[in-house]
Ligand binder design. Structure first.
Ligand code: DP6
Length: 360
């Protein structure tokens, strides 16, 4: 029996004629990165991320019963129709239809907005797909003869979100979520994300993340293109093993709160992700001179002061500065004095580890 069979719903009993459901779902920042996928959005290695708090998407799903045998979906962002988003959402609906066979019984209006500016260079696919998956699942919950348990609900939400965007699997719960099968993490799966099933040192409960917006605007390389470059990549297998080993090392670090070891793993992951892009064919250099300047200044500050701040990167030029809450004042002073000058128009976002998505 295929493992995905668990996500087929049982009998529908009740079909509400119309209504609306709103969810808010957070973005996340990976500590051990997902870069390389196969099959239907399955990861080549397990990853772990901090769920964020301030950076989120809010999605209101309006639904109305219909008779026709086609999809009817309109997408609005910040109150305006965005036709160029609609094919992506349609593809998502087609992909999840086997697990949600009611989709063609309704017409939908998806109203969405992000807490972070559209031009910030922060990807909204994780928070956006998670919020939409949760809205659809909450509607399915109303249809079901036997509703999902809380556990089943979260699992299916993450499973569906993953089919929209891989990293969205990690945007349902918080503050630390694993996605991808890992032999040392009980309950981990390639199909969905799960909250790290161990008690984590309290320092990580409210870890800080200041996002330095080095470059704003559209991403230079889409993540789909990036993931695909791993298929022919000479270092691919070594990279997947490295990520797996880094996650193995990360588990005791998260339990003990050993920040020196944490910093080593997190920065190694960020630089390894970019090393994959630098050595792919075609090659991509997504870091900018200001990204490197920031990294060097973080290293000097750490050396001079003994601070436990570190950095991580996404597939772009922006820098996430991670640090414990007790260093908030000192690190934010340092950021204002030394790092903000390297951000586009001085822009940055202060965020921290969050608890996951919620019904609004
Ligand atoms: C560098 O989840 O955006 O942020 O599955 O194609 O939608 P798709 O890719 P996406 O890839 C994220 C890559 C990353 C690392 C990470 O978040 O783990």
């Amino acid at each position: 029996m295929s493992a995905t069979k668990q996500f087929f719903p049982n009998t529908y009993r009740n079909f509400p004629s119309h209504g609306k459901i709103t969810y808010q779902a957070p973005s996340n920042i990976a500590l051990v990165k997902y870069w390389g996928k196969y099959g239907e959005q399955l990861p080549k290695n397990a990853s772990i991320s901090f769920t964020l708090d301030a950076c989120h998407t809010q999605t209101k799903l309006h639904f109305k019963r219909k008779d026709s045998e086609d999809y009817r979906i309109e997408v609005q962002m910040d109150g305006k129709r965005v036709p160029n988003f609609e094919p992506k959402i349609l593809k998502f609906f087609e992909r999840i239809e086997p697990y949600m066979p009611f989709l063609k019984d309704y017409e939908f209006l998806v109203e969405t907005s992000n807490s972070f500016p559209h031009s910030s260079g922060i990807a909204s696919s994780a928070s956006g797909m998670s919020a939409l998956a949760l809205c659809l699942l909450a509607l399915e919950q109303q249809l079901l003869d036997q509703p999902y348990s809380e556990e089943e609900f979260k699992r299916k939400a993450s499973f569906l979100a993953r089919l929209g965007s891989g990293s969205a699997a990690r945007s349902v719960e918080g503050p630390l979520v694993v996605w991808g099968m890992h032999e040392h993490i009980v309950g981990s799966s390639d199909l969905y994300g799960t909250k790290l099933p161990y008690s984590v040192h309290k320092i990580f409960g409210n870890f800080q993340d200041t996002i330095l917006l080095v470059e704003t605007g559209q991403k230079e390389v889409s993540s789909t293109v990036g993931h695909n470059l791993m298929h022919q990549h000479p270092y691919a297998e070594t990279r997947f093993r490295q990520a797996c080993d880094n996650l193995t090392k990360m588990i005791p670090v998260l339990k003990s709160g050993d920040l020196e070891a944490f910093i080593k793993i997190v920065e190694n992951e960020a630089l390894s992700l970019h090393a994959m892009m630098l050595t792919s064919d075609p090659a991509f250099i997504l870091m900018k001179p200001n990204t490197l300047e920031i990294i060097h200044r973080i290293w000097s500050f750490r050396k001079e002061t003994g601070s436990k701040l570190c950095f991580t990167l996404d597939a772009g030029a922006n820098v996430h500065v991670l640090y414990p809450a007790k260093e908030k004042m000192a690190v934010q002073d340092f950021i204002d004095a030394e790092l903000r000058q390297f951000c586009a128009d001085g822009r940055l976002i202060h965020d921290q580890a969050g608890q996951g998505a919620r019904l609004v």
